[in-house]
Write a protein that binds this ligand. Structure first.
Ligand code: NAD
Length: 515
């Protein structure tokens, strides 16, 4: 997820005036630490909690309720209890509610952005954009879901068949931590708009904004039980939720490894599942491209959100004659980026989400060095004045990369780029397709014929030409190969959240019979 056109920011409910570093500075109504079930906040049945940490300081922010088996039962029962009434509403009424949710989010933009900034460590300007992106998905499905149509199939003898679309029931929403609010918008808006009830389990690294969103949805008028939020680790709360017999559909965004486990668990009960998984996207630059733009957007692509982006263009494939020129442009731009305090509006990059994720990035950079690749810039932690305990890392560019090296094949999820040269179009496509993932790709060229050839040949769910990271709720987005299953965006996504039922209306005189 990344930049997209957003509407202007409406007046916001301000916090204390400055951007906060401590939960105690947030207004009380923004700070929820308990499970949200059936329209109310409550502690876990067994009283357990887990800490959430501020990545900019390394300090704990708050203890959050940890949902166990009883809590999962209660939340699924609450969703089931609310489902029939919600599914039976006039779809236009559900649409109006989604629109009110979007408006309530925009009214509380600053509060949501600050909570996200505190919990995730991403720059505040990106957090604000994330609120607008999230609201845009609620607006989109507010418009689209009341107008979903299905087909009527005519037959001879005055018979016809028509297809009803029915909501699936209780949907478990399990997103990653890298874009919490946008991912809630993407998944919850489509689920609710089509008449499903939701149990959301946010990532354990970023529980706070989900709990605030739940209160804003209630403020907008969403009936109790239609949206429930269970906080807790994936390995415990997430596992319980995906295996719960009361769950009719699972929509997951996260790593390919966990996606496979969830698909296997869903397979046990034949539960519908959609998966948005990892990536190792190629960004292919031909010699005739606008190199200045390719460098600027190429840098944005692997560093935005601290490189914690599923569709990040982390493999820059460059036609050999312009390799050195592009690398020089890219390196100069990378060295001008500001890794800084997430509260500072001038920071381009904030903190990596956790100590663990930072170690993972360091491990990959070390493996790159071991494989013989050269660090052109970066390759170390970044120091941010006043935040010595924060998880900051410098934008890092590798050349002389062996195409078989781990840094050229595995998802790192940090601001690390592998640059590989190619000699012709055929080699570019071969390198682009040489990984297990197939989420996204960039192509930079002024040759229109090549645009069509390469876009068609690259194995990816979305190909950006002379741009990257343009997303819209109206444009379907899907992972190929090990990057996913199912569609997000467009009416295609809305249909994922429904089951078709065909009704065949015949005539009794023509009904089949033996005698
Ligand atoms: P993750 O797979 O570790 O966790 C994702 C979610 O699943 C979290 O809510 C987590 O608590 C939960 N979870 C973890 N183990 C579970 C289990 N065994 N059963 C049920 N739930 C479980 O991923 P992450 O580290 O949070 O996110 C990073 C990954 O997400 C990257 O691979 C990234 O590419 C991917 N991602 C993909 C997209 C996309 O649209 N394709 C978007 C964003 C992120």
């Amino acid at each position: 997820m990344a930049k997209q056109a957003s509407r202007p920011t409406a007046p916001t409910r301000e916090t204390s005036g400055s951007i906060v570093l401590d939960i105690s500075e947030l207004p009380a109504q923004a700070v929820h630490q308990q499970l949200y079930v059936a329209g109310g906040f409550e502690p876990a049945a067994d009283g357990r909690t887990f800490p959430t940490v501020n990545p900019a300081t390394g300090e704990p922010i708050a203890d959050i309720a940890l949902a166990g088996p009883e809590d999962v039962d209660r939340a699924v029962a609450a969703a089931r209890g609310a489902f029939d009434r919600w599914a039976g509403l006039d779809p236009r009424e559900r649409g109006r509610l989604l629109r009110r949710i979007a408006e309530t989010m925009i009214d509380n933009l600053e509060l949501l952005a600050q909570v996200e900034c505190l919990d995730l460590g991403k720059p505040i300007t990106d957090c604000r954009a994330g609120v607008r992106d999230s609201a845009a998905w609620f607006e989109y499905f507010a418009d689209v879901t009341p107008h979903l149509r299905s087909s009527t199939i005519p037959h001879a003898d005055a018979q016809l068949a028509y297809v009803l679309r029915r909501p699936r029931g209780v949907v478990a929403v399990i997103p990653a931590w890298n874009f919490p609010l946008p991912l809630y918008g993407i998944k919850i808006a489509a689920a609710l708009g089509t008449g499903n009830a939701v149990v959301l389990k946010p990532a354990e690294q970023t529980p706070l904004s989900a709990l605030l969103l739940a209160t804003l949805c209630a403020e907008a008028g969403l009936p109790p039980g239609v949206l429930n939020v269970l906080t807790g680790p994936g390995a415990e709360t997430g596992r319980l939720l995906v295996r719960h017999p009361g769950v009719d559909m699972i929509t997951f965004t996260g790593s390919t490894e966990v996606g496979r486990e969830i698909a296997a668990a869903a397979g046990e009960r034949l539960t519908k599942v959609t998966l948005e998984l990892g990536g190792k996207s190629p960004n292919i630059v031909f010699a005739d491209a606008d190199l200045e733009s390719a460098a600027a957007t190429g840098l944005f692509s692997f560093t935005v959100n601290q490189g914690q982006l599923c569709s990040a263009g982390t493999r820059l494939l460059v036609e050999r004659p312009v390799h050195d020129e592009l690398l020089a442009l890219l390196t100069a731009k990378a060295e001008a980026l500001r890794v800084g305090d997430p509260r500072d509006e001038a920071s381009h990059l904030g903190a990596i989400v956790s100590d663990r994720q930072l170690s993972r990035v360091e491990g990959y950079v070390e493996s790159g060095r071991q494989s013989g690749a050269t660090v052109v810039t970066g390759g170390r932690r970044a120091e941010v004045p006043g935040l010595p305990g924060g998880y900051f890392y410098t934008p890092t560019i590798f050349t002389d990369v062996d195409p078989a090296a781990r840094i050229a094949n595995e998802e790192i999820f940090g601001p690390v780029l592998a640059v590989l040269p190619f000699d012709d179009e055929e080699e570019a496509v071969r390198l682009a397709n040489a990984v297990d993932y197939g989420l996204a790709a960039g192509v930079w060229t002024r040759d229109l014929d090549r645009v069509h050839r390469v876009s068609s040949a690259v194995e990816a769910g979305i190909v950006w030409v002379n741009t990257m990271h343009q997303l819209s709720p109206a444009v379907p987005y899907t992972g190929w190969k090990q990057s996913g299953l199912g569609v997000e965006g467009g009416t295609e996504q809305a249909l994922e959240f429904t089951r078709p039922k065909s009704v065949w209306v015949g005539s009794s005189a023509a009904a089949p019979r033996f005698v």
